[in-house]
Each structure stands twice: as C-alpha cells, then as structure tokens.
Design a binder for this molecule. Structure first.
Ligand code: HEM
Length: 288
C-alpha cells in the first residue's frame, strides 16, 4: 500500500468514526446495556472491593450455568426434531451444542490458574454450597439421557428446582428420541425401549445394541443414522472431557480434601467419569 492509499484509508476510518459517534449522540432507543441488562448482570458478581479470586470463581460458575441453559434448550429442540423424523435440523442443532461444549471444556483453564492458597482465601464463604446442587447441570444430564432419580435429593430444599427437575425426568431424553428416529427409519427398536417409563434410568438393551450394529455394518445405506450415532458419541465424549477437566482442576486446587457439598471430593468426581449416557453406542465399537 503506498502512502497516498494509506492516508485515504485513515481519512475514511475517521469519517466512519465520526458518523457512528454522531449517530450515537442522537440515538433515543434502547442502549446495549439496557438490552443486555448489563447493570443487573454485573450486580450479580462480587464487587471490585471483594477478593478477585472469588470474582473468577463466580464468573466461571455463572457463565457455565448460562451455557448449560443454552445447551439444555437446544437439546430439547434437537430431541423434538428427531421425534418428528427431522434428522437434518437435529444434526444442525447438535453441532451448536458441540461448539458450546468446547467453550465449557476450555473454560477450566481459567480456573486452573487458581492455586490452593487463592481458593482458601474465600472458601469459607461457600459454606456447604456445591456444584452438586446445580439444577442446570442435572437438567442437562437428564435431557441428554442420564436419568438418576437420586440426584433430585439435593434439590429438595428448593421446590421450584425440584419440581422442574422431576418434570424433566419424566420426559423422553435425546437418546430416547434417537431410538424413535431409528425405528421410524426401519431399524427396529424393541417395544420396551420405545414405550419405557422415561423417568427410569436407561440401561443397556440387547435389541438397541443390535439396531446400532445394523447401522455400523452398513453405513452407506444408513448414513444419516450412522452420522447421528457418531454425533451422540461426540457429545458424550465431550461431556466426559468436561468431567475429567473438572476432576483434574479440582484435584490441583483441593488435593484429597472433602468437597463443600460433603462428598469425598476428587474420588467422587472420578467416579462420575464412569457414568455412561449411551451404553450400546460404546459397546458396539468393540465388535466392528
Ligand atoms: C475451585 C473450583 C471448584 C472446586 C474446588 C469444585 C469441587 C467440587 C467437588 C469436590 C464436587 C463434588 C461434590 C462436593 O462434595 O462438593 C463438585 C461437584 C460439582 N461441581 Fe465443582 N468444583 C469447582 C468448580 C466448579 C465449576 C466452575 C463448576 C461449573 C458449573 C462446577 C460444577 C460442579 C458440578 C455440576 C458438580 C456435580 C458433579 C456430579 O455430580 O457429577 N464446579 N465440585
């Protein structure tokens, strides 16, 4: 770029700035802050006079709660599309969920900058509150397919969360709808899986395993079903990565201490990694 071009660019840039600033000076509508309710949002965080460690802790928890809500809503959308046999729109939505999972996984690196000493500077303030009581996390687990009634117990003290979670428990999950989709596509699923009590924990079914095996053995004929299966595995895989990073980040912060929620701490978090969402999809990989 010669110097005349460069000067013209700078002049153009300045006039763009002037235009936008003039427009802003005359604007009468909603502001960015009004629209996003920024004052209310920022008031939910520790103030600048508070410990900056707790600011980081709050920000990570609150942003994860917001993202989990988006993921929950989108899982409902994907589930409903699959029930209607619309695999294309469902896959598009699942791609969004996966991209949010990457943000969720990566955000642990922010918390990994917190040393045990940093954490101790505000740990007392947490009392017995714990991520174990996160309604957003449990809603997401339930709707993705991991239904465990016992996880309603921590919510008994907050009736609105408890009743919402109970309601979600009684609805079909994303996996239930994927099985309906398969059945509709002519890959027969046992009746006891199509009409099961949705509130019960999902357990391995030989008939469902056989159905997925049919898909994997002829991926050309069943390409959409194969694609869906792999995206479900992607979602579970990323969920497990999130759990693993939680476990490792917590280990570097609290070592083998017990958790604020009363669990054994990292031992409990390690156990969570062995909880599977879609058992047949993992089992079938070993026989191909
Ligand atoms: C200093 C940071 C953190 C520590 C030391 C920590 C520690 C723990 C521990 C020890 C547990 C087991 C239950 C208990 O006894 O409390 C737990 C559970 C949990 N935490 Fe964290 N955590 C941290 C950050 C986070 C963040 C940022 C989130 C994001 C939402 C989160 C979400 C959860 C969830 C959802 C559970 C329940 C997991 C399950 O039941 O499988 N934690 N945490």
């Amino acid at each position: 770029m010669n110097s005349t071009d460069k000067n013209e660019r700078i002049e153009q840039g300045s006039s763009d700035f002037k235009e936008v600033l003039d427009a802003q000076a005359n604007t009468k509508g909603k502001t960015y802050s009004d629209f996003l309710k920024l004052d209310e949002l920022l008031a939910l965080q520790p103030g600048l006079e508070d410990n900056s460690e707790s600011l980081l802790f709050f920000t990570l928890h609150q942003t994860k709660e917001l993202w989990m809500r988006v993921m929950y809503v989108e899982t409902l959308n994907a589930r409903d599309n699959l029930f209607e046999g619309k695999v294309g729109p469902a896959l598009k939505i699942l791609a969004r969920i996966r991209s949010i999972q990457q943000i969720m996984i990566e955000s642990w690196s922010g918390l990994a900058t917190m040393t045990p000493v940093d954490y101790l500077s505000f740990r007392d303030k947490l009392g017995s509150s714990s991520g174990f009581q996160s309604p957003g996390y449990r809603k997401l687990e339930f709707i993705l397919g991991q239904k465990e009634k016992r996880f309603l117990i921590p919510h008994e003290k907050s009736p609105h969360h408890h009743s919402e979670l109970k309601e979600i428990l009684s609805q079909p999950s994303l996996y239930d709808s994927a099985l309906h989709y398969l059945n509709r596509a002519g890959i027969l699923i046992p009746k006891d899986r199509l009409e099961r009590n949705w509130a019960e924990e999902y357990t391995f079914s030989q008939g469902v395993y056989d159905a997925w095996k049919t898909v994997y053995e002829d991926t050309e004929t069943y390409f959409n079903e194969y694609h869906l299966a792999e995206v479900l595995v992607d979602i579970e895989y990323d969920f497990q990565l999130w759990r693993f990073k939680h476990f490792k980040t917590v280990e570097r912060i609290i070592g083998n201490k017990t958790g604020t929620g009363g669990s054994s701490g990292v031992q409990y978090l390690k156990l969570a990694i062995d909880r599977y969402f879609y058992p047949e999809l993992w089992e079938v990989r070993g026989v191909l």
